[in-house]
Design a protein around this ligand. Structure first.
Ligand code: C5P
Length: 224
């Protein structure tokens, strides 16, 4: 079976912001959320939409991580010191037949399937770099290192979510051209190589579980 569409799930973060106010637990993606780990929930959403999933997991947890879903091959590789390195490691495990790839933060465990399908639809329409976004509810200010501040027009700003979608060659070239390890998403690297970014509607439920309040919110949503 040719694996045309793959998903990479960076899941190797320690969750330092999540644990700051609580006893340190397992790495963030391996924390339980209403009976299933954060990572398992992200895998389950993507498994319905792609042919191959490559998880970049904490290196010391590899032997204990196994995923089984009919119709999708799931591979686990070791993550890196940064999100960018984790995605790069996973890129090395893609099959030759993969043409398109999604990159999805494990921490966005409640992403609706509809967001994944909007990204895939844009790729099918010929886009090479697709980003789901949502509007900003708050007023926004820019700040500078010297203490200056200025209001920004929130109508001109979007929050960036995942999964982001790419042709495999665009994603590989973006990572190969990166000069730092500081990228917080993949579209930034791909756009820097001259690709055009296509925006699609994200969803508030695709929020990234980062702080303790996010975990409470996710539990409340699941218990609703
Ligand atoms: O740190 P942040 O919340 O931006 O991480 C986004 C995603 O990248 C998370 O799913 C996290 O597990 C993953 N990550 C990773 N390797 C790292 C750091 C973060 O796979 N070294």
């Amino acid at each position: 079976v040719p694996e045309a569409v793959a998903a990479i799930i960076p899941a190797a973060g320690m969750g330092s912001r999540l644990s700051a106010a609580a006893p340190p637990g397992p790495p963030k993606a391996l924390r339980l959320l209403a009976g299933r780990t954060i990572l398992q929930r992200s895998v389950d959403v993507l498994a319905d939409e792609v042919d191959l999933i490559v998880v970049a997991a904490p290196a010391d947890r590899l032997e204990r991580l196994h995923f089984h879903r009919p119709g999708v091959r799931i591979v686990v590789v070791g993550g890196g010191a940064t999100r960018q390195e984790s995605v790069r490691n996973a890129l090395g495990a893609l099959s030759e037949s993969v043409t398109h790839v999604l990159v999805h933060d494990a921490a966005r465990a409640l992403v609706p399937g509809a967001v994944v399908r909007r990204v895939l639809a844009a790729l099918r329409d010929g886009a090479r770099c697709v980003v789901p976004v949502v509007a900003v509810p708050d007023s926004v200010r820019g700040v500078t290192a010297d203490g200056g501040t200025a209001p920004l027009d929130r109508a001109a700003i979007r929050l960036v979510q995942t999964p982001q979608g790419f042709t495999v060659d665009a994603l590989r070239r973006g990572h190969a051209a990166a000069r730092t390890e500081l990228a917080t998403d993949d579209a930034t690297l791909v756009e820097a190589t001259g690709e055009t970014v296509t925006l699609v509607d994200g969803d508030p439920l695709a929020f990234k579980i980062t702080h303790p309040l996010d975990l409470l919110l996710a539990e409340a949503v699941l218990g609703r």
